[in-house]
Design a protein around this ligand. Structure first.
Ligand code: NOJ
Ligand code: CA
Length: 702
């Protein structure tokens, strides 16, 4: 429901103006001010304390044109909205959208150009965006810089990854704003992707905590036809300054009026748990553009995948270098004996999926090109339609159909996006012919067209083109190395998930993710939307596959189970090898039972970098599930179960054993069964780097 409160036309050119607006519950306060020189400022208070000090807005347009001063206010409108909307899939089945909106209509007196700034004040934060209306004096234009600022009130504790226009696959640093520095690097991004962490630049969602215990999260919503927003730390003045990802010639965006930018978002709470329960980002996105959503189904999946990451199998079929995809006689190559995606193995995986109720199987390395797929910045690597000789796509497709298991297509583009786009129609025709339901896309490497970045406007538009095409063809997308989510899955519910962060795979072949990593991700990357983290690794130490390997997953086995609840994704992978699951059938039962689509969410305890405890109710049953994870410290939680409905539940509790430890004894767990009701308490103990997963199956109504 939308209520228009009043419309106000104000004053004449150059008049200084200031005013205050409140959120529906009056806790959030927005102050706006126009200065003498016609610069526009906003300030945010929460419960009467300043959270964002007076901060600048505006743009520099092409040829150094000032579009941030000499404004006058032409008018202001206020609107209130209070509505409920239903999710297609999600962490909750319906969302309350309640805000007060303030639209400020500005005109630059010198150029007669118009700009509208729209603010939405929610109880848990603020969103604002720039709107360039259709106008004679501004039709086509280039954004050289967006000068939006977030002026912080102190030297807050900040959880950051370095600003890098081509990768988010970093571990987090925790420091004061004034200590954000250029990043030394971890090898992977620099060597494989050849990306560059930039001085004093950090990525969003950026999580901060003040000395007074206030939690502040800065991100963006509804990123379309515009570059990704990074933040540059002005360490002296403690101002976070927007820095848009540039294109190949250094411009930020090419726009045509009318145009609305993405929303700049600030989620604020004095409770960390409330940051994780916020729906502000989703509320700022538009409703689904797909009318018939009945074909969009959340999925739990397995895949021919981890075997390659641990070195047991290969993506490639032969061992040759310097190939040309068109001139290679693929049928007569000498196989290397390690190829993962064979017809036989795929059928075994389909059997395993059918046996344990998984919806889908992902097959990587099925198609020609993997012999020479990265490092050479080559344009023409994959054609997306030619299987290797030992992968019979027709047989696999028929077999999957006979077992009612879906197939997930893999399109690794090696970031050669021009190549992918020109082959897209053929690639989609192929996967539709063989009955695939979704695509995992991948963009490893430097972008072609050369000079473009993963986070630039050109790539943002590419990702949208793929989503549009997929929506038309009734295909779901799970994107890796893509732009990070900004709640767009509300508008494109076929965008089930994205990686766009440092996933579990790093534990297979690098120093990996420290125990705190998964306690930070819900406060950062997942604020924008689901993540394909690929949880569920049971064989923790990699010397099992290769005696020389020092690599390992930096969690206990029980924590891997808890991640199915913590790391929300409607396309959730049980990432380990089927044979490893069969070694631990009692623990595997949790993965079999846990759903991937939810009705309700309760964040019981959370602190970024330390612990997260979440309870979720299944969308399609009366069952509840709890996930609890900790960093490198062991912890105890006394959980009150009063979030449960009335009735009796049979609980299975997957605990770390007393002697479990992520490093010295990670695979030691114990399982208990109990009958519980909502008036019970449940005490759980988490080992160092450990976790706990609980399934609560409703067995009687009273
Ligand atoms: C990186 C992706 O994150 C991973 O899941 C995939 O297996 C490889 N690229 C190969 O495409
Ligand atoms: Ca990746």
């Amino acid at each position: 429901m939308k209520i228009f409160l009043f419309f106000l036309i104000i004053f004449s050119t150059g008049t200084i103006y200031s005013h205050t607006y409140l959120s529906p519950d009056k806790n959030l306060q927005l102050n706006i001010r126009l200065s003498n020189s016609g610069e526009f400022f906003y300030e945010i208070k929460f419960k009467n304390n300043v959270v964002v000090k007076e901060s600048k807005v505006g743009f520099v347009l092409d040829e150094n044109i000032d579009f941030f001063s000499s404004f006058r206010i032409e008018g202001i409108t206020e609107t209130s909205v209070s509505e409920k909307w239903a999710t297609v899939w999600g962490e909750v089945d319906s969302i309350f959208n309640n805000y007060n909106e303030v639209k400020v209509f500005l005109e630059q007196t010198t150029s007669k150009r118009k700009l509208t700034i729209t603010f939405r004040l929610f109880n848990d934060g603020l969103g604002f965006r720039y709107e360039f209306p259709a106008q004679d004096n501004l039709k086509y234009f280039i954004v050289s810089d967006e000068i939006t600022q977030f002026a912080m009130t102190g030297d807050h504790k900040t959880f950051w990854i370095p600003g890098d226009y081509d990768s988010q696959e970093y571990t987090y640093s925790t420091s004061k704003i004034s200590e954000i520095n250029s990043y030394v690097g971890n090898g992977f991004n620099e060597i494989v992707i050849k990306s560059i962490p930039r001085e004093n630049l950090v990525q969003t969602p950026l999580m901060m905590k003040t000395n007074e215990g206030l939690y502040i999260n800065i991100h963006e919503a509804a990123l379309l036809n515009y570059p990704v927003m990074h933040l540059k730390a002005d360490k002296e003045n403690l101002i976070m300054q927007v820095e848009l990802c540039p294109d190949a010639v250094g411009n930020k965006a090419y726009l045509q009026t009318p145009f609305n930018t993405p929303w700049r978002t600030i989620i604020i709470s004095d409770k960390a748990e409330k940051i994780l329960e916020s729906n502000l980002i989703l509320n700022l996105n538009e409703a689904s553009i797909i009318d018939d959503v009945t074909w969009i189904k959340p999925k739990k999946y397995i895949g021919i995948w981890w075997g390659m990451h641990v070195g047991l199998y290969s993506w490639n079929y032969a061992n040759i270098d310097n190939i040309r995809i068109e001139n290679t006689d693929w049928k007569n190559l000498k196989p290397n004996g390690k190829h993962g995606a064979t017809t036989e193995r795929t059928k075994n995986y389909i059997d395993f999926a059918a046996r344990y109720g998984f919806d889908a199987v992902l097959i990587e390395g099925w198609n020609v090109g993997w012999e020479d797929w990265f490092g050479h910045w080559k344009e023409n690597v994959f054609d997306f339609v030619t299987p290797y000789p030992d992968f019979d796509v027709e047989e696999v497709s028929n077999y999957a159909k006979s077992k009612s298991v879906e197939l997930i297509m893999h399109h690794e583009t090696s970031a050669s996006v021009t190549n992918y786009e020109r082959r897209l129609d053929e690639a989609f025709a192929f996967l539709k012919k063989y009955n695939y339901s979704s695509i995992k896309t991948g963009y490893v490497g430097r972008i072609i067209p050369r000079g473009e970045h993963h986070d630039g406007q050109w790539m943002v538009n590419h990702f949208t083109r793929v989503l549009d095409k997929a929506a038309k063809e009734k295909i779901c997308i799970n994107s890796h190395e893509s732009v990070r989510p900004t709640g767009l899955h509300r508008t494109y519910p076929n965008w089930l998930s994205a990686e766009a962060s440092r996933g579990n795979e790093f534990n297979a072949w690098s120093n990996g993710n420290p125990p705190e990593h998964e306690t930070i991700l819900p406060f950062t990357r997942l604020i924008g939307g689901p993540m394909d983290y690929t949880p569920g690794i049971f064989q923790i130490k990699m010397d099992y596959y290769n005696p020389d390997s020092k690599f390992q997953v930096h969690t206990t086995l029980a924590k891997q189970l808890a991640l199915f609840v913590i790391m929300y994704s409607p396309i959730q992978m049980a990432a380990d090898l089927p044979e490893n699951y069969e070694r631990f059938p009692d623990a595997f039962q949790f993965i079999v039972d846990v759903p991937v689509d939810w009705q309700k969410k309760k964040v019981l305890y959370a602190e970024p970098g330390e612990y997260v405890v979440i309870a979720r109710k299944d969308r399609n049953s009366d069952n509840w599930f709890i996930g609890a994870i900790t960093d490198e410290n062991k912890r105890m939680f006394n959980l009150s179960l009063n979030f449960l409905d009335e009735g009796m539940y049979e609980a299975i509790i997957y605990n770390d054993s007393e002697d479990a430890h992520w490093n010295s004894n990670p695979m030691s767990y114990k399982i208990e069964k109990k009958k519980l009701t909502r008036s019970d308490q449940l005490i759980i103990h988490l080992a160092e780097g450990g976790g706990c997963a609980v399934s609560l199956k409703k067995i009687s109504a009273d």
